[in-house]
Design a protein around this ligand. Structure first.
Ligand code: ATP
Ligand code: MG
Length: 575
C-alpha cells in the first residue's frame, strides 16, 4: 500500500470527545471516525487491524472444533418473548418496524436464534457435541455509550454456543473455549486475567471473564497474588473475619434502647458527635422491591451493597430500590431512621458479616430516632443470611487468607455455562442413548472483537502513539523514503524494498508522501507500525538504511542486509 493512495487522516491535536488514551489513539492515528455517539466507521487501517483480530479469533475457534455460521441480525420479537428476554433485556433491545408496522428486534446476542436452529436440526445424542460460532455485528441500546469502541451501540462480537448431551461433556466444551480464549488474547498481544464472574441467579463456578487490567476499565477485579484466586468484584468473596465483629458485654443484658437522633440521615452522621457510633457498629437497612413486595437488606454500616449478589440471594435479577413513599408505607419512617428490629411482615436478608454481632445501632422506624444495644440474632427476625457485600482491598483471600488486591479492568471476553434455560424454552431436545428425550446442555461464549482491538491500544502505547503487536498491526513495515522523486536513488531503493517485502508476504506500507521527514516519522510512530525502515540520501551514500523497531532503538544497517534483517525481525516476533 502507498500512503498517498490510502486514507490515514492522522490528527496532531487530541479530539476533545475522547476521554481515554485508546480512544484518543483510535482517532489520532486515523483508524476510525465517529458517525455519531456509539457509532463508528472503520477507516482502511482500522479495518485491517480489525480483520486481523477476527482472523486470530476464527483460527482459534476452528482449532477448538467450533463451526462457523452466520445468523440474522434482524430477529422476530416472538423468539425473544419465548425466552422471556423480551422483558428482561428490554432496556438494551433495539426495535424497528417494517412497512406493515410489525415490530422486529436488532440482535444484541443470539441465544434465541441458535437454539431455535438446534431445536429443528439436532435430535440425537449422536449429533452432539456441537459448538456454533459467528463473527457478527450486535446492537445494544447502551445507557451510556462511551470510550469509542469500548461501549458502542453497534459492535462486532464473536459469539459461540455449545450444545452437549451430558454435564461432563458440557464442562469439556467450556474448558475448550476457556483455553481457546487464552490463546486468542495471547496472540493479540494482550495480557489478560481470567476471573470468576457472576452467574446471576444460576450460581456455580461456570462463568469466567477475560479481563485486560487497565485503570480506565469499567470493571473491578479482585485477585490474590499468593494463590490463583481472581474474581469479578460482583462475585468476589473474602473470608468472613470474626475479629472484625463488634463485641460488647453491654447489650447482653440490655434490650434495645431508643434514643433521639434529630436530623441524622446517614451512617456518617451517626459517627459524629455527640453519638460517636462507628460505622461498623451500625446496621444499614435498605429497602428493595421484589415482585412488588418490599424486602429489607441489612449490611454493616461500613459495607456497600453488591447488587449482583443480591440477585443471587433473591433468586431473581428483577428488583429495584424502593421509592421514599413505598419505604414509608412499609416501615412508617423515612430513609435515615430505618431498621429491622421488630419487623415481621417483610422478608429480611442480612449479610453474613453481621452474623453474631451485638451492641449494634440501627434506625428505630421512627423519624429522628435510632435504637442501640441491638443483638442481631436476638432482636431481628432474619429470614435469610447471605453474602450481600462488596469485598474491600486488603480483606483475606477466601482460599489462602493473603490480603486481596483490587484492580480496574476491561472485559474483553466471557465464557458462561448456560445449562438448559434456552434448550427448554425452545424445545432443543435430543434422544439420549436410552432413547429418552433430554434438553441439550448449553454454554455461550462471547468476545468483543472491536473492544479487544481497542484494548490492545489501551495496553500498548507510549507518548508518541500506538505500539502494535505484529499480529494485529495494520501493516508490519513502514518504509519511509526521505526523497520521493521517482528518479532519486532513495525512492528507487524504497520501491525495491517495498516490492521485495511484499513478494515475501510481509505487509508493507510505502510512505510516498512529499512531506518533511519530521512529519513522516511522527506519523509512523503515531500509527505505530512495528518496524520502520528510513531511507535518506546521507546514509544511503554510505550504503546504509535505518531500521527502527517501534519500541526499540534505531539500528543502522547495510543496505544489502536490510531486507533479511527485516524478515528476521518479523519472523522472530510472529513465531
Ligand atoms: P458489559 O458488562 O461490558 O456490558 P456484557 O456482559 O454485556 O458486557 P456480553 O453480553 O457477555 O457482555 O458480551 C460479550 C462481549 O462483548 C463482552 O465481553 C464485551 O467484550 C463485548 N461487549 C459487550 N457490550 C459491548 C458494547 N456495548 N460495545 C462493545 N463491546 C461490547
Ligand atoms: Mg452489557
Amino acid at each position: 500500500m502507498r500512503w498517498s493512495q490510502t486514507l490515514i487522516p492522522t490528527l496532531k491535536e487530541t479530539p476533545a470527545e475522547a476521554e481515554i488514551v485508546s480512544h484518543k489513539l483510535l482517532l489520532r492515528a486515523g483508524l476510525v471516525r465517529k458517525l455519531t455517539g456509539g457509532l463508528y466507521t472503520f477507516l482502511p487501517l482500522g479495518l485491517r487491524a480489525l480483520r486481523k483480530v477476527e482472523r486470530i479469533v476464527r483460527e482459534e475457534m476452528d482449532r477448538a472444533g467450533a463451526l462457523e455460521v452466520l445468523m440474522p441480525a434482524l430477529q422476530p420479537p416472538e423468539i425473544w418473548q419465548q425466552s422471556g428476554r423480551y422483558e428482561t433485556a428490554k432496556d438494551v433491545l433495539f426495535k424497528v418496524r417494517d412497512r406493515a408496522k410489525k415490530e422486529w428486534v436488532l440482535g444484541p446476542t443470539h441465544e434465541e436464534v441458535i437454539t431455535s436452529l438446534v431445536a429443528s436440526e439436532i435430535n440425537s445424542y449422536r449429533q452432539l457435541p456441537k459448538n456454533f460460532y459467528q463473527i457478527q455485528t450486535k446492537f445494544r441500546d447502551e445507557i451510556r455509550p462511551r470510550f469509542g469502541l469500548m461501549r458502542a451501540k453497534e459492535f462486532v462480537m464473536k459469539d459461540a454456543y455449545s450444545f452437549d448431551a451430558t454435564d461432563e461433556a458440557a464442562q469439556e466444551s467450556y474448558r475448550k473455549m476457556y483455553d481457546a480464549y487464552a490463546r486468542i488474547f495471547q496472540r493479540c498481544g494482550l495480557k489478560t486475567i481470567a476471573v470468576e464472574a457472576d452467574t446471576g441467579v444460576m450460581g456455580g463456578k461456570f462463568s469466567h471473564e477475560f479481563m485486560v487490567p487497565a485503570e480506565t476499565g469499567e470493571n473491578e477485579v479482585v485477585f490474590c497474588e499468593n494463590c490463583s484466586y481472581a474474581a469479578n468484584v460482583e462475585k468476589a468473596v473474602s473470608r468472613v473475619s470474626s475479629a472484625e465483629k463488634v463485641k460488647s458485654a453491654k447489650s447482653k443484658v440490655q434490650s434495645p434502647e431508643k434514643f433521639a437522633t434529630p436530623g441524622v440521615q446517614t451512617i456518617e452522621g451517626l459517627t459524629k458527635a455527640p453519638y460517636h457510633v462507628p460505622a461498623e457498629g451500625q446496621i444499614k437497612t435498605l429497602v428493595y422491591i421484589v415482585e412488588s413486595k418490599p424486602v429489607l437488606l441489612l449490611l454493616r454500616g461500613d459495607d456497600q451493597l453488591n447488587e449482583a449478589k443480591v440477585a443471587g440471594a433473591l433468586g431473581t435479577p428483577t428488583f429495584r430500590p424502593a421509592e421514599p413513599e413505598e419505604i414509608f408505607s412499609a416501615l412508617g419512617a423515612h430513609p435515615g431512621s430505618l431498621g429491622a428490629v421488630g419487623v415481621t411482615n417483610h422478608r429480611v436478608y442480612a449479610d453474613e458479616w453481621l452474623r453474631g454481632s451485638v451492641d449494634m445501632t440501627t434506625g428505630a422506624n421512627q423519624d429522628g430516632f435510632h435504637l442501640r444495644y441491638v443483638v442481631i440474632e436476638r432482636d431481628i427476625q432474619v429470614g435469610q443470611w447471605a453474602d450481600l457485600r462488596v469485598v474491600q482491598p486488603g480483606e483475606p483471600c477466601p482460599n489462602c487468607g493473603n490480603p486481596l488486591k483490587v484492580q480496574r479492568a476491561i472485559e474483553v471476553g466471557h465464557v458462561f455455562k448456560l445449562g438448559t434455560k434456552y434448550s427448554l424454552a425452545f424445545n432443543a431436545l435430543f434422544l439420549d442413548e436410552a432413547g429418552k428425550q433430554q434438553p441439550a446442555i448449553m454454554g455461550c461464549y462471547g468476545i468483543g472483537v472491536t473492544r479487544t482491538l481497542q484494548a490492545v491500544l489501551e495496553q500498548s502505547h507510549d507518548e508518541n502513539g500506538i505500539i502494535w503487536p505484529i499480529s494485529v498491526a495494520p501493516f508490519t513495515v513502514c518504509i519511509t523514503p526521505l526523497n520521493v522523486a521517482p528518479e532519486s536513488q532513495v525512492m528507487k531503493t524504497a520501491e525495491k524494498l517495498y516490492a521485495d517485502l511484499t513478494a515475501r508476504g510481509i505487509e508493507a506500507i510505502l510512505d510516498d508522501r512529499n512531506e518533511r521527514p519530521g512529519v513522516k516519522f511522527k506519523d509512523s510512530e503515531l500509527v505505530g507500525f512495528p518496524i520502520r525502515v528510513g531511507i535518506g540520501e546521507k546514509s544511503l551514500a554510505k550504503g546504509e538504511v535505518e531500521i527502527k523497531p517501534r519500541a526499540g532503538a534505531l539500528i543502522p544497517m547495510k543496505l544489502g542486509d536490510a531486507f533479511e534483517q527485516v524478515v528476521k525481525l518479523v519472523e522472530s516476533s510472529t513465531r
